[in-house]
Design a protein around this ligand. Structure first.
Ligand SMILES: NC(=O)c1ccc[n+]([C@@H]2O[C@H](COP(=O)([O-])OP(=O)(O)OC[C@H]3O[C@@H](n4cnc5c(N)ncnc54)[C@H](OP(=O)(O)O)[C@@H]3O)[C@@H](O)[C@H]2O)c1
Length: 294
């Protein structure tokens, strides 16, 4: 791999795209990170132009449509961003013999399991978002069998505010109650672990379907309680509720815990939460230093 060639990362404005940009910077990996204006993944001309311009050695697709409930009534847009986009990227990468890393979801599963879903488990999505991700997996691997397709779930990170753990902690710090589903079992995923491990796999030439999530099985309410406990906050502020009582438009699997035939790849959820809290402290200290300097 000539070092002059960058990694091309899509989704510059999103949680995952920004995390990839940050981790590549920390690891000294040459990367160009493009927003929708610079690369619309669902537009073949835009995809070709970006690959011609940047001549990457691999593409990381961190773009997608993640509003699971909106997707039920916004199907066209969901399929455009989640299925057409990855398929066009895979076709372009196949034509230019490039590696591709793209992301799928635990919501491809229907939830009848009682033990973690491994990569070869039968997928049968319950909602539009899940169907759009499953179709993408199939389209990508059909035209580019060397693609790396990572199924992951329930992001948390202190690097932005768009995640459940951040909201749970913020509510507790304001002294507010925080309602969370106590009957859906998930695999929470600490974004920096996901990004570092995905990059390692890409650099190692891994391909096919991989499940990457931190170790442990939690309901959303249990995850919120653990986050509060580790932060020294009163976990009684978490109000457990059945998922059905939230009135979500999209049906969700009762159980979507991800396991992997490759073993326990990521650390525990508790380890991720501890580092989330440490990152919060560092970011807070940095912003206070910046204010003092001003
Ligand atoms: N968040 C989770 O808990 C979670 C769990 C499992 C899997 N995933 C997967 O992880 C990936 C990233 O999720 P995320 O949470 O980082 O999402 P996000 O924060 O909503 O960011 C999505 C990004 O995709 C971009 N985008 C959408 N359509 C595009 C297009 N046609 N061309 C170029 N860019 C486009 C958006 O750009 P604009 O700002 O222009 O809209 C935005 O930068 C997705 O594939 C998602 O399915 C996420």
């Amino acid at each position: 791999m000539p070092i002059t060639q960058p990694l091309l990362i899509t989704g510059a404005t999103g949680t995952l795209g920004r995390a990839f940009a940050k981790v590549c910077h920390i690891r000294g990996l040459h990367a160009v990170v493009l927003d929708r204006a610079a690369l619309d993944i669902a537009d073949a001309t835009s995809v070709r132009a970006a690959l011609d311009l940047h001549q990457p050695w691999a593409v990381v697709n961190a773009a997608g449509y993640v509003r699971v409930d909106d997707a039920e009534t916004d199907q066209e847009r969901c399929y455009r961003e989640n299925t057409t986009g990855p398929r066009l990227l895979a076709e372009a990468c196949a034509a230019q013999r490039l590696q591709l890393l793209t992301f799928s979801s635990d919501l491809v599963f229907e939830g009848s399991h009682h033990a973690p879903y491994q990569e070869d488990a039968v997928a049968a999505p319950l909602n539009v978002y899940g169907r759009s991700k499953l179709l993408a997996e199939q389209a990508v691997l059909a035209c580019l069998p060397t693609a790396l397709v990572v199924r992951t779930s329930a992001f948390f990170s202190a690097w932005d505010e768009h995640n459940f753990v951040h909201h749970a902690l913020a509510a507790a710090r304001r002294g507010e109650l925080f309602e969370a589903a106590d009957d859906l079992l998930i695999s929470p995923t600490y974004v920096p672990d996901l990004v570092n491990t995905s990059l390692d796999l890409l650099l190692d030439g891994a391909h096919g379907l991989w499940h990457l999530a931190n170790q442990g099985t939690y309901t959303w309410a249990e995850l919120a309680r653990l986050a509060l406990r580790l932060a020294g906050l009163d976990e009684a502020g978490v109000v457990p509720r059945p998922a059905a009582s939230f009135g979500w438009a999209a049906e969700r699997p009762r159980y979507s815990v991800l396991g992997s035939a490759h073993g326990a790849i990521l650390p525990s959820v508790e380890s991720g939460l501890r580092r989330h809290l440490e990152d919060e402290r560092l970011l807070q200290a940095e912003s206070e230093t910046a204010i003092l300097v001003e």
